[in-house]
Design a protein around this ligand. Structure first.
Ligand code: NAI
Ligand code: A1CAB
Length: 279
């Protein structure tokens, strides 16, 4: 029986498990999840999804065809140390930000088929924007399996590994930028006289409508923006203020900072794991 095993039982693992079952990619019997020590969390997942839970990672690694690494990046060494003897030709799928394939291979002490993925929290509602990158050992069949895994929780694109830092800066962290925009719009809406409830509903619908226009109208965002903007009208007044306040530069700097941080974290983790391996 093909099985998928998750090491790490947090929010990202749960989002993926929910999407996989809902999308019919795996049945609950085919899913195993392990964590470090929190038995209550495992019981909660077993009760909600009917999946198998364990704290025996070696056994999980032996029985799964795909092993998903879903712990925090700082826990990767402790999380996968000890599973290497259980590995044969399984596919390792890592959702860890800033942990390179090289770092994973160096902890395992062998070259494996590894796919790195950068999803985002909208995976919870099967709307993740995910990008994946595959190591040379990954077969076409394994890549297809991984694509259907992430397509069950949203959209999935294949990129080169070095592009994952940019993906992290754009869509991994991206939901937070949108939430900040909404927080600011809500504050302003209340200041100009709307109730919080009506403000929230109007803003959410505006976001959904705008996203769908970009996705489905076939028009460039700039064209769509110009269609909203009447000469000397209200939008022009608003957009001019945004431009005067450096909105575009701020967004560009934001994405670049997040991308840079992803690169820094990757280098930092690589160094600390290399020095731990040499001890
Ligand atoms: N939250 C986000 O927006 C995104 C997160 N990610 C990545 O997903 C990964 C998981 O994030 P969350 O689910 O938010 O974290 P979380 O903190 O909710 O869950 C982490 C899980 O790992 C388990 N764990 C820790 N040490 C372990 C060990 N030694 N052995 C086995 N299990 C262990 C914990 O018990 C917990 O169940 C992170 O590496 C993060 O970089 C990727 C994309 C977006
Ligand atoms: O903030 C972070 O580091 C993680 C990676 C992408 C989203 N959250």
């Amino acid at each position: 029986m093909k099985r998928i095993g998750f090491i790490g039982a947090g929010s990202m693992a749960e989002a993926m498990i929910a999407g996989l079952i809902k999308g019919g990619v795996y049945t609950p019997e085919q899913i195993i999840v392990a964590n470090r020590s929190n038995k209550e969390r495992l019981t909660e997942l077993a009760t909600t999804y009917g999946i198998e839970t364990t704290q025996d990672k070696q056994n999980l690694a032996k029985r799964a065809t795909i092993i998903v690494l879903a712990m925090k990046p700082k826990d990767v060494k402790a999380g996968i140390d000890g599973i290497e003897d259980s590995l044969t030709n399984q596919l390792i799928v890592s959702v860890l930000a800033g942990i390179s394939m090289r770092t994973i291979s160096s902890i395992l002490g062998k070259e494996m088929a590894i796919i790195r993925a950068m999803p985002n929290t909208s995976a919870t509602i099967a709307k993740s924007a995910t990008a994946i990158a595959a190591s040379a050992q990954v077969t076409t069949e394994q890549l297809e399996q991984c694509l259907s895994l992430f397509q069950a929780i949203g959209l999935c694109k294949v990129v080169e590994e070095h592009q994952l830092d940019a993906v992290t800066g754009v869509s991994g962290s991206g939901p937070a930028y949108v939430y900040l925009l909404v927080e600011a719009m809500e504050k302003a809406a209340i200041e100009v006289g709307l109730s919080p409830q009506i403000a929230r509903e109007l803003i959410v619908q505006t976001l959904l409508g705008s996203a769908e226009m970009i996705a489905n109208s076939g028009k460039h965002p700039e064209t769509l923006r110009k269609e909203v903007t009447s000469p000397n009208g209200t939008t022009e007044a608003g957009v001019t203020t945004l431009q005067d306040k450096g909105f575009e530069e701020a967004v560009i700097a934001c994405v670049k900072s997040a991308t840079r941080r992803s690169i820094e974290l990757k280098e930092m983790f690589a160094e600390s794991i290399a020095s731990a391996n040499n001890r």
